[in-house]
Write a protein that binds this ligand. Structure first.
Ligand SMILES: Nc1ncnc2c1ncn2[C@@H]1O[C@H](COP(=O)(O)OP(=O)(O)OP(=O)(O)O)[C@@H](O)[C@H]1O
Length: 264
């Protein structure tokens, strides 16, 4: 059956592209030796949506995220990004093409911010812009705006080791979003944080992504994190066991720093 995901429809089959679809994974299959990590997963992510991928340990969450993000190539199935310009067949890109895609079109937040320890917070955030060819002064200006916007005023010259875990994650959020990618992926972004800091980090992550028209796909074990997203996809043994909307009030979008429009 052909379905389009909306706020009332349970997922029941093959994902169909609509004008609002930004990312489609179809029939995604991945094995590691004898282990079937993904067994034909279909997923369609809408523009401006936050999707939480949940499931027990080993159910295939990170493998799915990595296939969608062009970190891993699925053994079978397709991943298509429909952002600005022509659709991109992510699964068939060369390793260099996938690296460019990750650098230019995607943002990432991991459990431990994975900030470069020898760089300042400002330099960490500016890095994606520098890699994309933005001049240093402009890159650092934009990075500084994001740090300020995420409540890190005056901390730009600190190195990651001089920031708390929650502050480091906000730097990671700023870095993921500074180049205004159409899709941000987050793998357990609050996994190392206490519940109050986790809440703050989710507020920052949602404000920086869906709050300004971008899209967020995140993996989490934490139901309270998932509840803040628009939709939950639950995996079980590498299959989609559930895909449906969460009941939550969408936060009122805040104004993003100037010059940070999401590319479509
Ligand atoms: N590089 C690898 N080599 C071998 N097996 C792997 C590899 N990566 C993942 N697996 C296996 O594939 C399955 C899915 O792993 P995956 O990491 O996607 O699950 P997950 O749901 O993200 O788990 P967790 O919640 O524990 O992080 C698991 O059985 C895991 O052991």
């Amino acid at each position: 059956m052909l379905v389009v995901m909306d706020q009332t429809t349970q997922y029941t089959g093959f994902p169909v592209r609509t004008a609002d679809t930004v990312l489609i994974g179809h029939g995604l299959t991945k094995t590691y030796g004898p282990t079937l990590a993904l067994g034909g997963v279909d997923i369609a992510v809408l523009r401006g949506e936050s999707v939480a991928v949940m499931g027990t340990s080993g159910s295939g969450k990170t493998t799915l995220l990595h296939c969608l993000a062009g970190i891993l190539v699925p053994d079978a199935g397709t991943v298509t990004l429909h952002a600005d310009g022509a659709p991109v067949a992510v699964h068939s890109l060369s390793p260099g093409g996938r690296a460019a895609l990750r650098r230019e079109r995607y943002g990432f937040v991991f459990q431990q911010g994975l900030l470069l320890p020898e760089l300042t917070a400002l330099e960490n955030v500016a890095l994606p812009l520098l890699l994309n060819g933005t001049a240093r002064r402009e890159a650092e200006t934009q990075a500084g705006r994001w740090l300020d916007w995420l409540g890190l005023e005056g901390m730009g010259q600190r190195r990651p080791g001089q920031l708390s875990g929650g502050q480091q994650q906000r730097v990671a959020v700023a870095r993921a979003q500074v180049a205004a990618p159409p899709v941000v992926f987050a793998d357990e972004p609050t996994g190392a944080l206490d519940s109050a800091t986790s809440e703050e980090t989710m507020t920052a992550l949602l404000a920086a992504t869906t709050g300004r028209g971008g899209t967020l796909v995140l993996v989490t074990h934490d139901e309270s994190v998932a509840r803040r997203c628009d939709r939950v996809v639950r995996l079980h043994d590498g299959q989609v066991a559930h895909d449906g909307p969460t009941a939550h009030e969408r936060p009122v979008p805040g104004a993003a720093p100037t010059g940070t429009q999401v590319s479509r």
